[in-house]
Design a protein around this ligand. Structure first.
Ligand code: UDP
Ligand code: MG
Length: 332
């Protein structure tokens, strides 16, 4: 996302200020034709009950069915409905990013378009925000998805909570509520939408979860298969790395590199001493396989240290003060 201090390129900041609303709901849509109308009605009913000003921002992520036609019709009949249409399918993260950079609400909800999330639950999220949390993540409970999804997902959630310290049961739940500041502060790309709570936590925001009712998918197909778990795992590695070592990459690469180099030097030193010292076995150096282990460790170690130094250079040139901290309040 953009920095909180830099103006949005496409909208004048004053206009955004003037048009402030209570709630924005961002809905990423990819081939969800049949779900859209029922979703719109359920969402509108729930939002009207909450009694705040609101907008519903659909982001059509390059749908190839009738989704956009339906959205156009909804937009024409209801001024609360806004629609962003992508040129092609870019993915859920870009869809959310586009939505986030156009929202006008102080509270931003995200919700899947497939009717699996229940708009009636929104009040629960708002209660938590009122308690002082900045991000409230849904926890689908009980969850109505096939076991091929719930089982890997259980492991994924455990792994995330162990490695990042963000203890959520259902981090990838599409149903979430944010204070708008969170979204201005978190950088999303690739498929990082799964990790928004972790990224927000890292920036110092308070994160919690609420149990939400979950429904079976009625129409259309799930867009994500088993492949997401390998990708999710690699993304987790990246997130953990960024959280721990983005500030000081040399500390990671340098430590591993130094250890390997020292180990390599010791191994080769042993071979040399063993050849020449009176108490050694006097074996010829070039006949010993261990020699190559030592050499490999040294080469590997030095290149790791160099990678660390290069990362520090990238960090140096990419330096932006806003990235170094996140301000909650200023008394001036
Ligand atoms: N989605 C999207 N772009 C994509 C894939 C999915 O906007 O490339 C939307 C999709 O329309 C839905 C939400 O993201 O509103 C979640 O997708 P899905 O229900 O397929 O995921 P699952 O619930 O199976 O994890
Ligand atoms: Mg779904």
């Amino acid at each position: 996302m953009q920095n909180s201090t830099s103006p949005r390129p496409d909208t004048a900041p004053e206009l955004v200020q003037e048009a402030r609303l209570g709630i924005s709901v961002v809905v990423p849509v990819y081939n969800e034709e049949q779900s859209l109308r029922p979703l719109y009605h359920a969402l509108t009913a729930a939002l009207e009950r909450l009694g705040q000003s609101y907008e519903i921002l659909f982001v059509d992520d390059g749908s190839r069915d009738g989704s956009f036609a339906t959205l156009t019709a909804l937009h024409e009949q209801d001024q609360h409905v806004r629609v962003i249409r992508f040129r092609r399918n870019f993915g859920k993260t870009p869809a959310l990013v586009a939505g986030f950079s156009h929202v006008r609400g102080d509270i931003v909800f995200t919700m899947d378009a497939d009717l699996q999330d229940d708009p009636e639950e929104m009040a629960k999220f708002i209660e938590k925000l009122d308690e002082g949390y900045d991000l409230v993540s849904g926890w689908k409970y009980p969850r109505h998805d096939p076991i091929t999804k719930t089982f890997p997902s259980f492991f994924f959630n455990r792994m995330v909570s162990v490695t990042t310290g963000v203890r959520l049961h259902d981090i990838n739940c599409g149903f979430k509520a944010y204070r708008r500041e969170v979204l201005d502060d978190v950088k999303l790309y690739g498929e990082l939408h799964r990790f928004i709570p972790v990224l927000a936590h890292e920036r110092g925001f308070r994160v919690t979860e609420v149990k939400v009712r979950h429904h079976k998918r009625k129409f259309g197909k799930s867009k994500y298969g088993a492949r997401r778990f390998l990708r999710g795992f690699l993304d987790l590695m990246m997130v953990v790395f960024l959280m721990q070592y983005l500030q000081t990459p040399l500390r990671l690469f340098g430590a591993i590199g130094l250890l390997a180099t020292v180990a390599g030097v010791l191994v080769d030193l042993y071979i040399v001493l063993d050849r020449f010292l009176p108490i050694g076995s006097h074996q010829e150096i070039h006949t010993r396989p261990l020699l190559f282990v030592g050499i490999l460790l040294i080469v590997f170690g030095i290149s790791f240290i160099l990678t660390g130094l290069q990362s520090e250079m990238i960090r140096h040139f990419a330096y932006r003060p806003d990235d170094e901290y996140s301000i909650k309040q200023v008394l001036d």
